[in-house]
Design a protein around this ligand. Structure first.
Ligand code: HEC
Ligand code: HEC
Length: 320
């Protein structure tokens, strides 16, 4: 299991310059950076009122897809929303809750902001703004929109959003399941959804993360849950890597013993494994290069795609 890392270390020891390692030999995996199929059109609003479990609210599809509106199905779940989270600021600051949901759980195509350190949130916004963080597939619309939000946001709005999301207590929303076969999926609005029926296919070195109730997720309900299918053995392999005696790899030395975060270093426990994988990949290949990212880059450079899948599966399987 540690072969990949040991080999990488050996290469690192003899190769000059070490940047050779950072050459992108693995294309960004399509399961981690799913693109909508050409000509994809989201279903039109047929006027029907949408509902979600545990809420008396009803909203139309046009309302839930309004980029300056946060579908706040459960207002009692969280403190009152800062205006920028609820409505954004026209024309370029979309409502944070449109993608990250009312209290921040987000989903596999975006990011979970629940309980992230305030300073860390502000730093990421300024990294996006500076172009230091862009994602390894810059054509993906969710990342593109995040960048344009960060470019347009005022310092006061960024601070209000950061204070709010960092105050939310993280909660478990993902079930990580080891399996040899995963449901066959297709891409709908930048995330994977299981195809109707029970067809499965070999998982290979992939993470297949799908909403348990796609209609609820499309309604942008912050209480949505997910199942992440991961390769058999990956959780244990991830744990071994995370605790590796190679001290440069010991995730807990910076992210906290339980990987729940430490001061301004973000927690990675219980978060979307698809998101975590993308970040490791982005660090490795330079798509995330802010000041904090410079600390992660040499760590990520030692990891193969398989290592990243295992670490993401392991971190995601822990309590947030
Ligand atoms: C159009 C969707 C969208 C909107 C609106 C949006 N974001 Fe994001 N956000 C994203 C995506 C996509 C990512 C990065 C995903 C990735 O790198 O894989 C992200 C990442 C982030 C991160 C980094 C999280 C981390 O753990 O590093 C922060 C912080 C963030 N957003 C804050 C905000 C704030 C604050 C707002 C509102 C002002 C906002 N976002 C609005 C889509 C959005
Ligand atoms: C020497 C300290 C250090 C170690 C060791 C470390 N990290 Fe990090 N990690 C950081 C810092 C700092 C950041 C924030 C990066 C930034 O600001 O862009 C980070 C960010 C991350 C992120 C992105 C989180 C987010 O919200 O986007 C992931 C994923 C991650 N680390 C995984 C790991 C894993 C897995 C390991 C072990 C193999 C590890 N880290 C070891 C310091 C460390």
């Amino acid at each position: 299991m540690r072969h990949g890392v040991q080999l990488a270390l050996a290469i690192l020891a003899c190769a000059t310059p070490t940047a050779i390692l950072a050459q992108n030999t693995d294309a960004p995996p399509t399961w981690a950076y799913p693109m909508n199929p050409p000509g994809f059109k989201p279903p039109p609003d047929n006027g029907a009122l949408r509902h979600v479990p545990g809420s008396t609210l009803s909203l139309t599809l046009s309302q839930v897809n309004d980029k300056f509106f946060t579908s706040d199905w459960h207002p009692d779940d969280h403190p009152s929303l800062p205006d920028v989270v609820a409505h954004g600021r026209k024309p370029n600051v979309l409502a944070c809750g449109f993608c990250h949901r009312a209290d921040g759980p987000g989903g596999p195509e975006a990011a979970d902001l629940m309980g992230l350190p305030e300073d860390y949130i502000l730093q990421q916004i300024s990294d996006f703004k500076a172009g230091a963080r862009k994602g390894a597939v810059p054509d993906r619309v969710p990342e593109k929109l995040m960048l344009s939000v960060a470019k347009a946001i005022t310092a006061d709005d960024a601070k209000a959003a950061a204070t709010y999301f960092s105050s939310i207590k993280p909660r478990p929303i993902i079930r990580v399941v080891e399996t040899d076969t995963a449901p066959k999926v297709h891409v709908t609005s930048w995330f994977l959804t299981a195809l109707p029926g029970s067809e499965r296919e070999p998982i290979g070195q992939r993470i297949i993360e799908v909403p348990d109730d796609p209609a609820q997720y499309i309604s942008r309900d912050s209480r949505s849950h997910f199942t992440a299918y991961v390769p058999v053995g990956s959780i244990e392999q991830g744990k071994e890597l995370a605790d590796s005696e190679d001290t440069a790899l010991q995730c807990g030395s910076c992210h906290g013993a339980d990987l729940k975060g430490n001061e301004s270093i973000p927690g990675i426990a219980g978060r979307s494994p698809t998101y975590l994988f993308r970040q490791l990949y982005d660090f490795k290949y330079g798509a995330r290069s802010g000041p904090g990212a410079e600390i992660m880059k040499p760590i990520a450079e030692k990891l193969s795609v398989k290592d990243m899948v295992s670490l993401a599966a392991y971190a995601s399987s822990l309590a947030p």
